[in-house]
Design a protein around this ligand. Structure first.
Ligand code: PRE
Length: 382
């Protein structure tokens, strides 16, 4: 396996904030041969389009660097990078802008504020927009809910990770305490139906059945709260956060109405550039791959981690949208058709560890496509 590292430069206009890499590629491009990297590009939807866009971006960045060639104000000159600035997620985050799907008061915004307490949050109508805002340099990062302890994986968001070329740089586990909200002065008994995000409704299904309340889907929990506030109706409630109640002036009629007290949603923070992994604390690495055809290939693929005592914390499979069916030639018995899948795996090791690098090198023997989605510190329980 070839491990390629790329130099880091500092953009003169924004010292320390945007490390520029010479090519827009993952920090590690795992390729055992030119042929296999070629395969990686063709095997997955949207790859060609993405490559084209990258080169345009890259040209834009080069132009920006040249235009700041002469500085009258010496304090504006770029500062040398220090070791700590390479790893800065800590430090001053007041200039960090983070896009999220929803409106103020959504849990995604709370997750962004958990990771960067002083950041500026930027609401977006769709997840796709939140990703594009990062790609177009309108914001620094995006936040994305990926799984919930009750509802499981948010499949659409797994697909988005692959469609875009952003890197996971952080994870946030957020305890989600849903509240039943109503217009001021209303009682819990007066509520006949509630608005909320489908995931939030699913997380409260038993409580809502007990109360005999009907459920209506909304884009996100905060939008549900806003709609209830603007309707002024006494028989409609929202399931949302305490923060949403405060923002939209609603009463909290009941707290912690989720069916499971330990209701945790895992969010990912995504950035244009990968973070440089270290070994001084626990790290996780997220990858996506598709497998070569053959008996036991998934077993062999997973064994590359087991052989090196690397723990897997998550495995998810998603259909390959552009290539859903694989035809397997059964010679005399005709051809069989089966679905073709992408596998998403999170494993508990840093890409700075030799065992992780060897595991991925070994994994390539069984894969037709592989991409590192990010290597980031494990969110330890606080
Ligand atoms: O609607 C919101 O507030 C969101 O941030 C979305 C979302 C989700 O997609 O799962 C996030 C956390 C909760 O689990 C419920 C809803």
């Amino acid at each position: 396996m070839a491990l390629r590292c790329f130099p880091i430069w500092v953009c003169p206009q924004t010292p320390h904030r945007y490390p520029l890499v010479s090519r827009r590629v993952s920090l590690w491009e795992c390729s055992s041969s030119a042929a296999s990297s070629q395969r990686a590009v063709t095997a997955v939807e949207g790859e060609g389009r993405e490559l084209k866009k990258q080169s345009t971006d890259e040209m834009g960045l080069v132009r920006e660097a040249k235009s700041g060639a002469f500085h009258r104000d010496l304090s504006m000159l770029p500062k040398p990078l220090t070791a700590s600035s390479l790893y800065s997620s800590a430090g001053d985050d007041s200039e960090v802008r983070i896009s999220f799907q929803g409106i103020p008061g959504a849990y995604s915004e709370t997750a962004a504020l958990e990771a960067y307490p002083n950041c500026e949050t930027v609401p977006c109508e769709h997840f796709e927009t939140a990703f594009q805002a990062v790609e177009l340099w309108l914001v620094d990062k995006a936040v994305l809910p990926i799984e919930n302890s009750v509802g499981g994986s948010i499949h659409r968001n797994y697909d988005l990770l692959l469609r875009h070329r952003l890197h996971i740089v952080q994870e946030v586990h957020l305890h989600v305490n849903h509240c039943l909200l109503g217009v001021p002065g209303v009682t819990k008994e007066e509520i006949k139906c509630v608005l909320s995000h489908p995931q939030a409704l699913d997380q409260c299904v038993n409580s809502l059945n007990d109360l005999g309340i009907q459920r209506i889907s909304a884009k996100d929990t905060a939008t549900a709260a806003q709609n209830v506030a603007s309707s002024g109706k006494k028989d409609i409630g929202a399931i949302a956060s305490v923060r949403a109640a405060n923002i939209y002036g609603l009463d909290i009629l009941a707290e912690n109405i989720q069916d499971d007290v330990n209701n945790v949603t895992r969010f990912l923070i995504l950035a244009r550039e990968p973070m440089i992994p270290r070994t001084d604390r626990p790290y996780k690495t997220s990858i996506v791959f598709s497998l070569e055809e053959g008996p036991g290939v998934l077993f062999k693929a997973l064994a590359v981690f087991a052989l090196r005592s690397i723990n897997l914390s998550k495995i998810e499979s998603r259909p390959q949208r552009r290539r859903p069916l694989r035809v397997v030639d059964g010679s005399n018995n005709g051809s069989a058709k089966s679905f073709d899948y992408l596998f998403y795996i999170d494993f508990e090791a840093s890409m700075a560890e030799i065992r992780a690098q060897h595991a991925l090198g070994h994994l390539q023997e069984f894969t037709s496509f592989i991409r590192i989605l990010g290597c980031y510190p494990v969110d330890l329980v606080r």
